[in-house]
Ligand binder design. Sequence first.
Ligand SMILES: Nc1ncnc2c1ncn2[C@@H]1O[C@H](COP(=O)(O)OP(=O)(O)O)[C@@H](O)[C@H]1O
Ligand SMILES: [Mg+2]
Length: 249
Amino acid sequence: MSAFLSVRGISKTYIAANGSKVVALDDVDLDVAEGEIVALIGPSGCGKSTLLRMVAGLDADFGGELAWTVEPRPGKDIGFVFQEPALLPWRTVRRNVSLGLEAQGDKSPKGRERVGELLDLVGLTDFAGSFPKELSGGMRQRAAIARALAYDPRILLMDEPFGALDAITRDRLHDDLLRIWATTRKTIILVTHSVEEATYLADKVAVMTARPGRIKAVHEVPLDRDRTPRTRQLPRFAEFAGMLRQELE
Ligand SMILES: Nc1ncnc2c1ncn2[C@@H]1O[C@H](COP(=O)(O)OP(=O)(O)O)[C@@H](O)[C@H]1O
Ligand SMILES: [Mg+2]
Protein backbone atom coordinates (compact mmCIF):
# COMPACT_ATOMS: atom_id res chain seq x y z
CA MET A 1 0.00 0.00 0.00
CA SER A 2 1.24 3.47 -0.86
CA ALA A 3 1.65 6.34 1.58
CA PHE A 4 -1.35 8.57 1.79
CA LEU A 5 -1.17 10.82 4.84
CA SER A 6 1.72 11.46 7.20
CA VAL A 7 0.94 13.30 10.40
CA ARG A 8 4.25 14.83 11.50
CA GLY A 9 4.92 16.33 14.90
CA ILE A 10 1.44 17.71 15.40
CA SER A 11 0.92 19.77 18.54
CA LYS A 12 -2.09 21.73 19.67
CA THR A 13 -2.62 24.02 22.62
CA TYR A 14 -6.06 25.42 23.38
CA ILE A 15 -6.48 28.65 25.30
CA ALA A 16 -9.54 28.17 27.48
CA ALA A 17 -12.04 30.99 28.10
CA ASN A 18 -10.38 31.82 31.45
CA GLY A 19 -7.00 32.16 29.72
CA SER A 20 -5.51 28.88 30.94
CA LYS A 21 -3.69 26.70 28.43
CA VAL A 22 -4.61 23.12 27.61
CA VAL A 23 -2.02 21.12 25.71
CA ALA A 24 -4.29 18.76 23.77
CA LEU A 25 -1.73 17.16 21.45
CA ASP A 26 2.01 16.91 21.81
CA ASP A 27 4.23 15.82 18.93
CA VAL A 28 1.90 13.32 17.30
CA ASP A 29 3.19 11.23 14.37
CA LEU A 30 0.97 8.86 12.40
CA ASP A 31 1.17 7.29 8.95
CA VAL A 32 -1.94 6.29 7.07
CA ALA A 33 -1.67 4.19 3.92
CA GLU A 34 -4.14 4.33 1.06
CA GLY A 35 -7.11 2.01 1.60
CA GLU A 36 -6.15 1.35 5.19
CA ILE A 37 -8.49 1.40 8.18
CA VAL A 38 -6.66 3.01 11.08
CA ALA A 39 -8.26 3.07 14.52
CA LEU A 40 -7.30 5.75 17.00
CA ILE A 41 -7.98 4.83 20.60
CA GLY A 42 -7.24 6.61 23.84
CA PRO A 43 -8.82 7.86 27.04
CA SER A 44 -11.48 10.56 26.93
CA GLY A 45 -9.97 14.02 26.48
CA CYS A 46 -6.67 12.81 24.98
CA GLY A 47 -7.15 14.79 21.78
CA LYS A 48 -8.65 12.25 19.37
CA SER A 49 -11.35 14.59 18.09
CA THR A 50 -8.84 17.42 17.97
CA LEU A 51 -6.56 15.37 15.72
CA LEU A 52 -9.41 14.32 13.46
CA ARG A 53 -10.60 17.91 13.07
CA MET A 54 -7.11 18.90 11.96
CA VAL A 55 -6.92 16.09 9.43
CA ALA A 56 -10.36 17.21 8.21
CA GLY A 57 -9.08 20.75 7.69
CA LEU A 58 -11.60 22.10 10.22
CA ASP A 59 -8.85 23.54 12.41
CA ALA A 60 -5.69 24.92 10.84
CA ASP A 61 -4.26 26.41 14.04
CA PHE A 62 -1.67 23.83 15.10
CA GLY A 63 2.04 23.05 15.11
CA GLY A 64 3.60 20.38 12.93
CA GLU A 65 2.64 19.17 9.50
CA LEU A 66 0.10 17.11 7.63
CA ALA A 67 1.78 15.68 4.56
CA TRP A 68 -0.61 14.27 1.95
CA THR A 69 0.51 12.49 -1.21
CA VAL A 70 -2.26 14.47 -2.89
CA GLU A 71 -3.55 17.53 -1.06
CA PRO A 72 -7.28 17.07 -0.33
CA ARG A 73 -9.71 19.62 -1.73
CA PRO A 74 -11.79 21.13 1.08
CA GLY A 75 -15.36 19.85 1.15
CA LYS A 76 -14.66 17.30 -1.59
CA ASP A 77 -12.06 14.81 -0.57
CA ILE A 78 -12.81 14.36 3.11
CA GLY A 79 -15.92 12.69 4.48
CA PHE A 80 -16.74 13.10 8.17
CA VAL A 81 -19.05 11.01 10.33
CA PHE A 82 -19.79 12.21 13.87
CA GLN A 83 -21.14 10.35 16.89
CA GLU A 84 -24.46 12.14 16.41
CA PRO A 85 -25.66 11.65 12.83
CA ALA A 86 -26.80 15.33 12.62
CA LEU A 87 -29.26 14.73 9.79
CA LEU A 88 -31.49 17.61 8.75
CA PRO A 89 -34.92 16.73 10.19
CA TRP A 90 -36.88 18.43 7.40
CA ARG A 91 -35.14 16.50 4.63
CA THR A 92 -35.85 12.94 3.62
CA VAL A 93 -33.12 10.33 3.89
CA ARG A 94 -32.42 10.63 0.17
CA ARG A 95 -32.17 14.42 0.38
CA ASN A 96 -29.90 14.19 3.43
CA VAL A 97 -27.59 11.85 1.58
CA SER A 98 -27.53 14.11 -1.49
CA LEU A 99 -26.75 17.20 0.62
CA GLY A 100 -23.02 17.27 -0.16
CA LEU A 101 -23.65 16.91 -3.89
CA GLU A 102 -26.20 19.71 -3.84
CA ALA A 103 -23.77 21.93 -1.95
CA GLN A 104 -21.35 21.37 -4.82
CA GLY A 105 -24.05 22.19 -7.35
CA ASP A 106 -24.01 18.62 -8.66
CA LYS A 107 -27.48 17.92 -10.06
CA SER A 108 -26.27 15.41 -12.63
CA PRO A 109 -28.09 12.13 -13.26
CA LYS A 110 -24.81 10.47 -12.30
CA GLY A 111 -24.92 12.14 -8.87
CA ARG A 112 -28.51 11.00 -8.40
CA GLU A 113 -27.55 7.50 -9.44
CA ARG A 114 -24.72 7.52 -6.92
CA VAL A 115 -27.09 8.51 -4.11
CA GLY A 116 -29.28 5.57 -5.07
CA GLU A 117 -26.30 3.21 -5.02
CA LEU A 118 -25.22 4.49 -1.62
CA LEU A 119 -28.69 4.10 -0.15
CA ASP A 120 -28.57 0.55 -1.42
CA LEU A 121 -25.09 0.01 0.01
CA VAL A 122 -26.18 1.09 3.50
CA GLY A 123 -29.47 -0.81 3.25
CA LEU A 124 -31.78 2.22 3.26
CA THR A 125 -33.37 2.02 -0.18
CA ASP A 126 -36.79 1.32 1.31
CA PHE A 127 -36.44 4.34 3.59
CA ALA A 128 -35.21 6.84 1.01
CA GLY A 129 -38.42 8.86 1.36
CA SER A 130 -38.56 8.68 5.16
CA PHE A 131 -37.60 11.46 7.52
CA PRO A 132 -34.82 11.05 10.12
CA LYS A 133 -37.29 10.90 13.04
CA GLU A 134 -38.86 7.83 11.42
CA LEU A 135 -35.55 5.91 11.55
CA SER A 136 -33.85 3.92 14.30
CA GLY A 137 -30.51 5.14 15.68
CA GLY A 138 -28.59 2.61 13.60
CA MET A 139 -30.43 3.59 10.43
CA ARG A 140 -29.72 7.26 11.06
CA GLN A 141 -26.04 6.51 11.44
CA ARG A 142 -26.10 4.50 8.21
CA ALA A 143 -27.67 7.51 6.50
CA ALA A 144 -24.88 9.70 7.90
CA ILE A 145 -22.28 7.30 6.50
CA ALA A 146 -23.97 7.37 3.08
CA ARG A 147 -24.06 11.17 3.21
CA ALA A 148 -20.31 11.28 3.95
CA LEU A 149 -19.63 8.98 1.00
CA ALA A 150 -21.92 10.78 -1.46
CA TYR A 151 -19.31 13.08 -2.94
CA ASP A 152 -16.84 10.20 -3.12
CA PRO A 153 -14.24 11.51 -0.65
CA ARG A 154 -10.74 10.06 -0.67
CA ILE A 155 -10.71 9.59 3.08
CA LEU A 156 -13.46 8.92 5.59
CA LEU A 157 -12.97 10.29 9.10
CA MET A 158 -15.21 8.79 11.77
CA ASP A 159 -15.38 10.18 15.31
CA GLU A 160 -16.87 7.53 17.61
CA PRO A 161 -19.55 6.86 15.00
CA PHE A 162 -21.06 3.89 16.82
CA GLY A 163 -20.64 5.18 20.39
CA ALA A 164 -24.30 6.06 20.91
CA LEU A 165 -25.70 2.76 19.61
CA ASP A 166 -26.76 -0.37 21.51
CA ALA A 167 -24.44 -3.39 21.31
CA ILE A 168 -26.42 -5.40 18.76
CA THR A 169 -26.89 -2.45 16.42
CA ARG A 170 -23.23 -1.58 16.82
CA ASP A 171 -22.08 -5.06 15.81
CA ARG A 172 -24.36 -4.95 12.79
CA LEU A 173 -22.97 -1.57 11.74
CA HIS A 174 -19.45 -2.90 12.09
CA ASP A 175 -20.25 -5.49 9.44
CA ASP A 176 -21.99 -2.85 7.33
CA LEU A 177 -18.90 -0.66 7.47
CA LEU A 178 -16.64 -3.55 6.48
CA ARG A 179 -18.95 -4.35 3.57
CA ILE A 180 -18.87 -0.68 2.51
CA TRP A 181 -15.10 -0.72 2.79
CA ALA A 182 -14.87 -3.87 0.65
CA THR A 183 -16.85 -2.07 -2.08
CA THR A 184 -15.26 1.37 -1.86
CA ARG A 185 -11.76 0.65 -0.43
CA LYS A 186 -11.84 4.05 1.23
CA THR A 187 -9.05 5.07 3.54
CA ILE A 188 -10.64 5.36 6.98
CA ILE A 189 -9.52 6.88 10.27
CA LEU A 190 -11.83 5.72 13.01
CA VAL A 191 -11.79 7.19 16.50
CA THR A 192 -13.17 4.85 19.12
CA HIS A 193 -12.73 4.11 22.79
CA SER A 194 -13.68 0.46 22.30
CA VAL A 195 -10.72 -1.90 22.00
CA GLU A 196 -13.04 -4.57 20.53
CA GLU A 197 -14.30 -2.16 17.88
CA ALA A 198 -10.75 -1.16 16.98
CA THR A 199 -9.66 -4.80 16.77
CA TYR A 200 -12.64 -5.89 14.68
CA LEU A 201 -12.48 -3.07 12.15
CA ALA A 202 -8.92 -1.85 11.81
CA ASP A 203 -5.78 -2.89 9.98
CA LYS A 204 -3.77 -0.85 12.41
CA VAL A 205 -4.46 0.62 15.85
CA ALA A 206 -2.79 3.75 17.22
CA VAL A 207 -2.98 3.98 21.01
CA MET A 208 -2.88 7.46 22.51
CA THR A 209 -1.86 8.51 26.02
CA ALA A 210 -3.94 10.67 28.34
CA ARG A 211 -3.51 14.44 28.01
CA PRO A 212 -1.36 15.75 26.53
CA GLY A 213 -2.20 13.29 23.77
CA ARG A 214 0.72 11.45 22.26
CA ILE A 215 0.85 8.26 20.22
CA LYS A 216 2.02 5.62 22.64
CA ALA A 217 2.19 2.73 20.18
CA VAL A 218 0.94 1.65 16.76
CA HIS A 219 0.03 -2.02 16.29
CA GLU A 220 -0.88 -4.02 13.20
CA VAL A 221 -4.00 -6.06 13.91
CA PRO A 222 -2.96 -9.73 13.67
CA LEU A 223 -6.13 -10.83 11.84
CA ASP A 224 -7.00 -11.53 8.20
CA ARG A 225 -8.74 -8.64 6.44
CA ASP A 226 -11.92 -10.70 6.05
CA ARG A 227 -13.64 -10.31 9.39
CA THR A 228 -16.88 -12.07 10.25
CA PRO A 229 -18.76 -12.26 13.54
CA ARG A 230 -16.80 -15.47 14.19
CA THR A 231 -13.58 -13.46 14.15
CA ARG A 232 -14.58 -12.19 17.59
CA GLN A 233 -14.36 -15.76 18.91
CA LEU A 234 -10.74 -16.24 17.85
CA PRO A 235 -8.18 -16.45 20.68
CA ARG A 236 -6.02 -13.95 18.76
CA PHE A 237 -8.89 -11.46 18.81
CA ALA A 238 -9.20 -11.58 22.60
CA GLU A 239 -5.43 -11.51 23.06
CA PHE A 240 -4.98 -8.44 20.90
CA ALA A 241 -7.93 -6.58 22.43
CA GLY A 242 -6.62 -7.49 25.89
CA MET A 243 -3.20 -6.14 25.01
CA LEU A 244 -4.76 -2.86 23.83
CA ARG A 245 -6.80 -2.62 27.01
CA GLN A 246 -3.67 -3.04 29.10
CA GLU A 247 -1.89 -0.39 27.10
CA LEU A 248 -4.71 2.05 27.77
CA GLU A 249 -4.38 1.61 31.53
N1 LIG B 1 -12.32 24.43 21.80
C1 LIG B 1 -11.63 24.03 22.88
N2 LIG B 1 -11.18 24.94 23.78
C2 LIG B 1 -10.47 24.57 24.86
N3 LIG B 1 -10.13 23.29 25.13
C3 LIG B 1 -10.55 22.35 24.27
C4 LIG B 1 -11.33 22.66 23.11
N4 LIG B 1 -11.60 21.50 22.45
C5 LIG B 1 -11.02 20.51 23.15
N5 LIG B 1 -10.40 21.01 24.27
C6 LIG B 1 -9.63 20.23 25.24
O1 LIG B 1 -8.64 19.50 24.56
C7 LIG B 1 -8.53 18.19 25.08
C8 LIG B 1 -8.76 17.17 23.98
O2 LIG B 1 -10.12 17.21 23.57
P1 LIG B 1 -10.71 16.21 22.48
O3 LIG B 1 -9.89 16.30 21.25
O4 LIG B 1 -12.16 16.51 22.36
O5 LIG B 1 -10.49 14.79 23.18
P2 LIG B 1 -11.12 13.35 22.85
O6 LIG B 1 -11.81 13.43 21.55
O7 LIG B 1 -9.95 12.42 22.83
O8 LIG B 1 -12.04 13.01 23.98
C9 LIG B 1 -9.53 18.11 26.22
O9 LIG B 1 -8.86 18.35 27.42
C10 LIG B 1 -10.51 19.20 25.92
O10 LIG B 1 -11.06 19.71 27.11
MG1 LIG C 1 -13.79 13.12 21.02
